[in-house]
Design a protein around this ligand. Structure first.
Ligand code: ACO
Length: 329
């Protein structure tokens, strides 16, 4: 990868909806409490989209900021990838809706489905296109409105999720900077551990699917937890190996924000000190594809990376999938 055209992040933006749902709000909705949620997950609050906001609206706000920070407009883009599992509708894609709103005339646009790993999958896809010379400037967004597929009568899941969007512009960067390696993978055999069964071609929407709550997230939390802890470690080690780096070379670790205990177990395994790890799960909960870009962009806005720093992103999610990347900022 190092002999190819250097490709990295040249603009960043994020957006979360205004409405905040706190743990004490949830205490009024289901049999739960702040102490349980904080001690088991680290989550204190999450942002929830307004009734008239869809995923493309969150993505648009993040995209505008990313374009501004890159000094670009929509017409500079030749590729738009939206990683999401909550598109505005099955089709047209959320990326096509954005392409129109951003005035990115003629840009290729598609959605990518890899759940919480989707943003890293999107970065790898955009990087490959740009390295090959096919495109020059790509907008990669992780955006999800999980509140739309969350059952707010199920305490096992409703405390875990939030809405948001994070966007980056991917393009050519100076020699020595940019993406150094990716490690993407899947274990399709575990697909039923984390899924939304209804609404597709297997189980089209019907009165029955609605009555049986098939349009909500189902999750086997304990099994997903075990998978997460395992692949956060293995994917991190593998992506570092591919980049020819050691774990001590990492300046900033940007993990998927699903549960503080999963992040802490990765920190322990990789012997990473707290100051090198981005954590914002307390404010946003698990925002699926938006989680890693929200953490990355927030860290950038807080000045936690300087040019030349080694940033490691790693995520896992439905599929089951995982994705990791080493990026020299
Ligand atoms: N409030 C109070 N009690 C609760 C709540 C709640 N909100 N939720 C569950 N409980 C109860 C359970 O009913 C259970 O009670 P029981 O023993 O009487 O049956 C008890 O708490 C313990 O449940 P566990 O499942 O053992 O709790 P655990 O410590 O495993 O934490 C959690 C559950 C937080 C879901 C954890 O398993 C987890 O984080 N899993 C990973 C989830 C994840 O990362 N998903 C990412 C993918 S999301 C995506 O891709 C869209």
């Amino acid at each position: 990868m190092n002999n190819l055209r250097p490709v990295g992040v040249i603009g960043t933006g994020k957006y979360v909806p205004e409405k905040i749902l706190t743990n004490s709000d949830l205490e009024k909705m289901v049999d739960t409490n702040d102490e349980w949620i904080v001690s088991r997950t680290g989550i204190k609050e999450r942002h929830i989209a307004a009734p008239d906001q869809a995923t493309s609206d969150l993505a648009y706000e993040a995209a505008i900021k990313a374009l501004e920070s890159a000094g670009m407009t929509g017409s500079d883009l030749d590729l738009i990838i939206v990683a999401t599992i909550t598109p505005d509708s099955s089709f047209p894609s959320t990326a096509c809706i954005l392409q129109d709103k951003l005035g990115a005339k003629g840009a290729a646009a598609f959605d990518l489905s890899a759940a919480c790993s989707g943003f890293v999958y999107g970065l790898a896809t955009a990087t490959s296109f740009i390295q090959s010379g096919m495109y020059n400037n790509a907008l990669v967004i992780g955006a999800d409105c999980l509140s739309r597929i969350t059952d707010y009568t199920d305490r096992n899941t409703c405390v875990l999720f939030g809405d948001g969007a994070g966007a980056v512009i991917v393009g050519e960067v100076p020699e020595g900077r940019g993406f150094k390696s990716f490690d993407l993978g899947a274990e399709g055999a575990g697909g039923s551990l984390l899924q939304m069964e209804g609404g597709g071609s297997r189980l089209p929407a019907s009165v029955e699917t609605v009555e049986n709550k098939k349009h909500y997230i189902y999750m086997n939390g304990r099994e997903v937890f075990k998978f997460a802890v395992r692949v956060m470690g293995t994917a991190t080690i593998e992506v570092l190996r591919k980049a020819g780096l050691e774990r001590t070379d990492v300046d900033l670790f940007v993990p998927h924000q699903a549960n503080i205990r999963i992040i802490q177990s990765a920190m322990q395994r990789l012997e990473l000190p707290e100051e090198k790890v981005v954590v914002n799960v307390d404010k946003y909960a698990n925002t699926s594809a938006a989680s890693i870009p929200l953490a990355l962009v927030e860290a950038a806005e807080e000045g936690r990376m300087k040019a030349g720093d080694t940033v490691l992103m790693v995520g896992f999610g439905g599929g089951l999938t995982w994705g990791a990347s080493v990026l020299v900022w």
